[in-house]
Design a binder for this molecule. Structure first.
Ligand code: FES
Length: 205
């Protein structure tokens, strides 16, 4: 069975790697970005959130124990502290590895009344997976999410940094086709976009 299909549980966390087990993976670019971040904040603790975005990009879209430990190592914080932050926010992928593209389906009220559940069922049938699962080929992960703050476009999907809506079966078919043809992972792209914003020039007041 594919690793992608083995669902983790938020309550079943991996053992924290020991310091002597760490195989640091941050690229030179990532280390330079961390240095830049240090100049934006009063202390390293304040860099946990942007540091986790760097890790999400560097570790292929998934914050496993090693990724969290590496952030803790660079920021000189405890593993427990960084893991506590990472697992609090749903945009960090800490439960299981995700596919190249994550399709997030809003099923909150406005989307629901505009057909979010039939949209979700169509996606499940097309991809052969349920919410929280990844296709066998590792291309798509399907997630159910709360309001994406784009209710005027209901029913809405989010893929990486882009919103798509209102969607129907035809536009979903086109979207899936475009995503399959795309070389870059929208999960990694989004993490990189967020890192760029966070390491960008500071605006003076
Ligand atoms: S309810 Fe779906 S974007 Fe707001």
């Amino acid at each position: 069975m594919s690793d992608f299909l083995q669902l983790g549980s938020p309550n079943e966390r991996p053992r924290a790697p020991r310091l002597d087990e760490l195989d640091l993976k941050f690229s030179d670019q990532a280390l330079a970005e961390l240095d830049e971040l240090y100049s934006h904040y009063p202390d390293k603790k304040s860099c946990i959130l942007p540091g986790l975005w760097i890790a999400q990009r560097e570790y292929g879209g998934y914050l496993n124990g090693e990724a969290i430990a590496e952030v803790a190592y660079h920021l000189k914080r405890s593993y427990a502290e960084v893991e506590g932050v990472a697992t609090f926010y749903s945009m960090y992928n800490t439960v299981h590895a995700v596919g190249k593209h994550m399709i997030e389906v809003c099923t909150c009220l406005s989307c629901q009344v505009c057909g979010a559940y039939p949209v979700a069922e169509y996606l499940k049938k097309k991809l052969g997976v349920g919410f929280g699962e990844t296709t066998e080929d590792g291309v798509f992960t399907l997630h159910e999410v709360e309001c994406l703050n784009a209710c005027d476009r209901a029913p809405v999907l989010q893929v990486g940094s882009s919103y798509h809506g209102p969607v129907d079966e035809k536009s979903i078919d086109a979207l899936l086709e475009n995503l399959r043809a795309q070389e870059e992972s929208t999960v990694i792209q989004m993490a990189n976009d967020i890192v760029k914003v966070q390491t960008g020039p500071l605006k003076s007041k």
